[in-house]
Design a binder for this molecule. Structure first.
Ligand code: 2RA
Length: 337
């Protein structure tokens, strides 16, 4: 069977990545609709060798659509996603608008595909750094039972969109040439620096990005009491987020057991040969689909069962576009459409 698929926000960084993933995975498409804001209407994008024109992203555009992949802002999604559902589409949304709505499944296909059965039209794609953490955490949880997570993220500038990449490149040149810099996308200089601040500060002194790991992590893993402490930093890396994660588990798990469990789990590649200087790095995980995990070791500060590891993943692909397309593939496989 083939489907009418819409990509909303088709010309943005995530929309473009969605298109290239739909094409490379040969998603069963009967008709593709590219939807975007008024100023982009009429522009064309090449898909499977054919030029497709961009149409206006408005409620009527979803009339014949089976699956709508949304790569738009929170405000646009809030208005448009319910309209798309009313018109008969299943919406897979990449914004943060619907993620914590109890009626909306929040899904990483390798982790909790079963919640898709409860969907009522809108399905939410989690935040990028949350997805990257969940893929290795799920098999470790199944083996040892998660009690607590302490995570620090090192997030690439492309997490802030194409403008973030431009800002890093321009600033790097200007700093090397001793020219003045004027930060726009980020609150401070990002070239030759890092910024421990992503998204706004909440009342508890954590940033909203950090609280996404806390709230979304609990929801995805189905562990409402899970203890999660996260610090998110923006680093001068173009693409691929990195995370240092320490867990405390109910039952003991040795580094060898963890490597074995992670080796067998979907969506992961264990890269863990420190004797050969082999460990996950963002330059190696950019533009591919797997989360790389390494530096797996005992948490020597733990009073219980503690394990520490490091992981990296392409946040534009697995952290956004690929995860959304995998959700679409899973709802087809589970016959939920
Ligand atoms: C980031 N949370 O700033 C974003 C992307 N979703 O990296």
């Amino acid at each position: 069977k083939e489907y009418c698929v819409a990509v909303t926000g088709a010309l943005g960084a995530v929309g473009q990545e969605m298109l290239s993933i739909l094409e490379s995975r040969q998603f069963p498409i009967k008709k593709l609709k590219l939807l975007d804001i008024a100023e982009n209407v009429g522009k064309t994008v090449k898909f499977c060798g054919k030029e497709v024109s961009v149409e206006l992203s408005e409620p009527n555009a979803f009339k014949e659509v089976d699956i709508a992949l949304f790569a738009v802002s929170d405000n646009v999604s809030k208005k448009l996603a319910p309209e798309a559902v009313k018109n008969g589409a299943i919406v897979i949304d990449n914004s943060s608008t619907w993620r914590m709505d109890p009626e909306v499944p929040l899904v990483v296909p390798e982790v909790n595909p079963e919640v898709l059965r409860q969907h009522k039209g809108i399905i939410a794609n989690p935040n990028c750094s949350t997805i990257i953490a969940m893929v290795p955490l799920k098999p470790l949880h199944e083996f040892a039972g998660l009690k607590r997570i302490i995570a620090s993220t090192y997030q690439a500038v492309s997490g802030a969109g194409i403008a973030g990449i431009g800002e890093l490149k321009d600033q790097s040149r200007n700093v090397l040439d001793n020219k003045p810099i004027a930060p726009k996308v980020f609150a401070h200089q990002i070239a030759f620096n890092l910024i421990p601040h992503i998204d706004y500060f909440e009342e508890n002194a954590y940033t909203h990005e950090e609280m996404k790991m806390f709230r979304e992590g609990r929801k995805i893993l189905g562990l409402p009491e899970l203890m999660v402490n996260c610090t998110c930093a923006r680093v001068p890396v173009v693409r691929s987020h990195s995370e240092s994660i320490t867990i405390e588990t109910e039952r003991p798990i040795t580094p060898d057991q963890a490597r074995e469990v992670l080796n067998k789990a979907p969506g992961l590649k264990v890269v863990d040969r420190p004797e050969n200087n082999e460990y996950p790095m963002p330059v190696d995980t950019a533009n591919q689909d797997l989360i790389f995990v390494g530096r797996i070791r005992e948490d020597i500060s733990s009073t219980g069962n503690g394990l520490t590891f490091w992981c990296c993943g392409d946040q534009v692909r697995k952290g956004a576009a690929l995860n959304a397309v995998q959700i679409a593939e899973t709802i087809i496989k589970m016959e939920l459409i």
